[in-house]
Design a protein around this ligand. Structure first.
Ligand SMILES: [Zn+2]
Length: 157
């Protein structure tokens, strides 16, 4: 079964990149008492944490060794928690974690700059929850180049 994650409050950048890679990753900058436990144990999410004391009584949790997001992703790949796959990149909103949907080009026309619309229509995706639009433009290329620079396997199409 595919891993689903919950990232602790120190791992916001890692959460964003896991979402870019297509992984369902819960993250918030502050977790009230008991929320992590509920999401991990009842929600079936694997806890990723930078705090050794958070590992106590949580046998499935993964201690993230580095402060650097590229090394954090490499650790998860090397330990087999993620298998980066170019087919799955940009399927999920990096901001709110919702799966993206194909956007109707007419609805994108008013929401993206003209030069983007003419270059990328009809390849727009939309987040149904936070209503952001995404497309495979230079931003996407930069993200792929970044994943490759971090040495993540299969990041480039
Ligand atoms: Zn969103």
């Amino acid at each position: 079964m595919e891993e689903r994650f919950i990232a602790d409050c120190m791992l916001g950048r890692l959460a964003k990149w896991l979402r870019i890679l297509g992984y369902d990753t819960h993250y918030q900058s502050h977790y009230p008492e008991g929320v992590i436990r509920a999401l991990a144990e009842e929600g079936g999410r694997r806890l990723l944490t930078r705090r050794r004391d958070a590992l106590k009584d949580r046998p499935g949790a993964v201690f993230i060794r580095s402060d650097h997001v590229g090394e954090q992703l490499r650790q998860l790949a090397e330990e087999g928690w993620i298998q980066p796959d170019p087919e799955r990149v940009f399927q999920r909103c990096p901001v709110c974690n919702s799966p993206l949907v194909e956007a109707d080009p007419d609805s994108a026309r008013d929401r993206v700059p003209d030069y983007v619309f003419h270059r990328h229509a009809p390849g727009f995706r939309r987040c149904p929850v936070c209503d952001r639009f995404y497309w495979h433009g230079s931003h996407g290329e930069r993200m792929r180049a970044q994943l490759e620079a971090w040495g993540l396997p299969g990041a480039r199409q």
